[in-house]
Write a protein that binds this ligand. Structure first.
Ligand SMILES: Cc1ncc(COP(=O)(O)O)c(C=O)c1O
Length: 439
């Protein structure tokens, strides 16, 4: 039992009372391992919150942050700047899809989403279409917790207490276990769900719609992969109706799918990409919206000469410590080939290992892509929608950090993981899943 006082800290997205009655405390981390106070090691099979892509406590990143803190800890980023921010932006766009060459820095994924939504509105206004104010999100979508993000998001607990104050409509989600159970890679069925966009356009009118925002694969909604051809169809419909397409790649970016971005992996280029987390290995809060050149140029050209073009930004946008961490992270990604590693042998091993669990009676679906995956369990009636949380607790006891979502065990290990470590995760989860059958 921990001796730390737990009264003051109101924990986010956590059942505070239950947690404080039985806290799970992590004391240190290295590579893919977390260590508890007593020294017990747990495999971090979720890369923290889908973010420590290069593994924990990389010394190069720690050193870069340390050096930067002694050189320039902070300086205003409104009307002043530091060269590091420009250098970092130039390096980032070497990895973004061609044409998404402008970077608007934020401090989180939620802020990246808010920024992208505002950019979309301002873009339409700048080209004389200020009536385009409706955003189309998707059921099961997660776009952070700010008011724009929960409006376009599609996870009811996140908006039920607060409302969805933006003007929004939602596409249906694409999870179809009946037709797509045990898909390896992208599921075969469901491309027709993209046609729902056509219906929403007909209903609301294209002239009302600013943008469509989706995660290429839904993460916090339970690792829901896009059916084959689905994202291509969304892109085609957006082009047809002159709507912007925003990919929220806060999770799917930075190597998770086997390419730097899912947009590259799936060969569908949106008009904006939102990013955070793996952008600097989650070491210092940072996010970004990557924006197409036409959007940027339209907004610049419409503003009066010498005036502020976009009334938006954060005190900590482009924070020097976050940039230094980001530069060091890119060094590691590039040197170790991490941004494409998941598309090689390790991704294949991951797929085989996860699908080996399909023989368990209470496993009703295994889905995977790159180095992300989910194992869907058949929950007894009294635990429907809650078995993932139960499995999560059992997995922690078994020495694996997982993410329980609904009745699924979701996994997204650091991209440095080795085959034998994947095997250990799967061995431990086999026991956990058997225990879940008995709850
Ligand atoms: C797709 C997506 N967008 C936005 C966010 C919000 O990011 P943050 O928690 O950094 O605000 C997340 C977080 O998990 C996410 O998965």
């Amino acid at each position: 039992m921990t001796t730390v006082k737990t009264d003051a800290f109101w924990m986010p997205f956590t059942p505070n009372r239950a947690f404080k009655a039985a806290p799970r405390m992590v004391e240190s981390a290295e590579g893919i391992y977390l260590t508890e106070k007593g020294g017990r090691q747990v495999i971090d099979a979720t890369a923290g919150l889908w973010c420590s892509n290069a593994g924990h406590c990389r010394s190069e990143i720690a050193e870069a942050i340390h050096q930067q803190a002694q050189k320039l800890d902070y300086s205003s980023i409104f009307n002043f700047a530091h060269a590091l921010g420009f250098e970092y932006a130039e390096r980032l766009v070497q990895h973004t899809p061609k044409g998404l060459d402008k970077v608007f820095f934020t401090n989180s994924g939620s802020e990246a989403v808010e920024s992208a939504l505002k950019i979309a509105l301002q873009y339409h206004r700048a080209r004389g279409q200020a009536g385009r104010t409706l955003f189309i999100g998707r059921e099961k979508g997660y776009h952070g917790v700010n008011f724009g993000g929960i409006s376009v998001g599609g996870l009811p607990p996140n908006f039920q207490a607060f409302g969805q104050p933006l003007n929004v409509a939602h596409l249906p989600h694409t999870l179809d276990i009946k037709r797509n159970a045990f898909s390896k890679g992208l599921p075969e069925h469901g491309v027709e769900l993209a046609e729902e966009l056509e219906r929403l356009v007909a209903f609301h009118g294209a002239e009302q719609i600013a943008a469509v925002i989706v995660e290429p694969f839904a993460g916090a909604g339970g690792v829901v992969l896009p059916p084959k051809g689905y994202l291509q169809r969304l892109r085609a419909l957006c082009d047809q109706h002159d709507l912007l397409l925003i990919f929220d790649e806060v999770i799917s970016g930075w190597g998770r799918t086997g390419s730097a971005f899912a947009a590259i992996e799936f060969d569908v280029i949106p008009d904006m990409i939102t990013s955070a987390k793996g952008i600097n290995n989650a070491t210092v809060p940072m996010g970004a919206a990557f924006v197409s050149n036409p959007i940027y140029n339209t907004i610049m050209d419409a503003a009066p000469e010498g005036g502020v073009e976009f009334y938006h930004g954060y005190t900590y946008s482009c924070h020097p410590l976050a940039c230094a961490a980001g530069m060091a992270t890119l060094d590691i990604y590039e040197r170790e080939g991490l941004l494409t590693r998941a598309s090689g042998e390790i991704g294949h091993h991951w797929e085989q290992a996860l699908h080996s669990l399909a023989d368990l009676e209470n496993v009703i679906d295994v889905r995977n892509y790159g180095l992300v995956g989910a194992i869907e369990l058949d929950a007894p009636v009294h635990l429907k929608g809650k078995l993932g949380a139960k499995a999560n607790a059992l997995a922690w006891e078994a020495g694996v950090m997982t993410r329980g979502i609904g009745d699924a065990i979701c996994l997204s290990p650091p991209l440095i993981i080795e085959p034998h470590e994947i095997d250990t995760i799967v061995d431990r989860l086999r026991d956990v899943i058997k225990m879940c059958a008995a709850v």
